[in-house]
Design a protein around this ligand. Structure first.
Ligand SMILES: CC(C)(COP(=O)(O)OP(=O)(O)OC[C@H]1O[C@@H](n2cnc3c(N)ncnc32)[C@H](O)[C@@H]1OP(=O)(O)O)[C@@H](O)C(=O)NCCC(=O)NCCS
Length: 181
């Protein structure tokens, strides 16, 4: 059955093949990729979309496609993922978001993220959901704080996929437990 969460202004849903051109374009945007390790080629972006869609088939949830009716058929992703690397806080389920630049600054990411948190706690039965980003990614940290996630500096970590000394290596971890306002 098709997956869909509906908010006042956003729809969080399964990916469609027709989302892929916009996905490729947004991952070629240096501003969208500012806190990542460079932009993605078409092949790399399609590879990542394939892994995200495969995660849905395997686990029943993923970084779902975000639709904003009247604004964008595909605005990026917001959703839940099993963290793929090992750190002191894994295994865990993380919440994440990546939106096209044209849709920033309107509260869409936070609205969709709240739907995903509710789904994770109420439908998937999760006790805790985490989020992580590079220390300097202020917009993403603001989403985490807006949706009621909290950071303990003791959880800060160096991302294992980036080499020592890389400017994006230092990461913060935010957590939210079921029932936490
Ligand atoms: C991280 C990211 C999703 C944040 O996007 P965002 O648009 O800043 O976040 P929101 O959708 O929650 O919007 C909040 C902003 O919309 C504003 N806003 C405008 N209208 C609003 C409304 N009706 N309701 C709520 N907020 C509204 C808020 O005031 C806030 O603006 P501010 O940042 O100037 O205070 C976006 O920057 C992004 O996709 N970045 C690239 C990918 C990335 O780094 N992902 C995270 C990796 S960990």
């Amino acid at each position: 059955m098709a997956f869909e969460l509906r908010g006042q202004r956003v729809i969080v849903r399964d990916w469609r093949d027709s989302d892929l051109p916009a996905w490729v374009a947004m991952n070629a945007d240096p501003e969208v990729r500012r806190y990542f390790n460079g932009t993605l080629s078409e092949e790399q972006a399609l590879g990542e979309a394939g892994r995200i869609r495969a995660h849905a088939e395997q686990h029943g949830f993923t970084f779902w496609a975000l639709e904003i009716p009247g604004v964008a058929d595909f605005a990026g992703f917001v959703g839940l993922l099993r963290t793929s690397y090992e750190t002191p806080f894994t295994p865990c389920v993380e919440i994440g978001w990546r939106l096209s630049r044209a849709t920033w600054g309107k509260g869409y990411a936070s609205e969709a993220a709240r739907l995903c948190l509710d789904y994770g706690f109420e439908q998937l039965g999760l006790d805790e959901i985490v989020a992580m980003t590079t220390v300097t990614n202020t917009p993403s940290r603001a989403v985490m704080e807006r949706i009621g996630m909290t950071r303990n500096p003791a959880d800060d970590f160096n991302h294992p996929f980036l080499e020592a000394g890389h400017p994006l290596q230092a990461h913060v971890l935010y957590r939210k437990r079921k029932g936490q306002p």
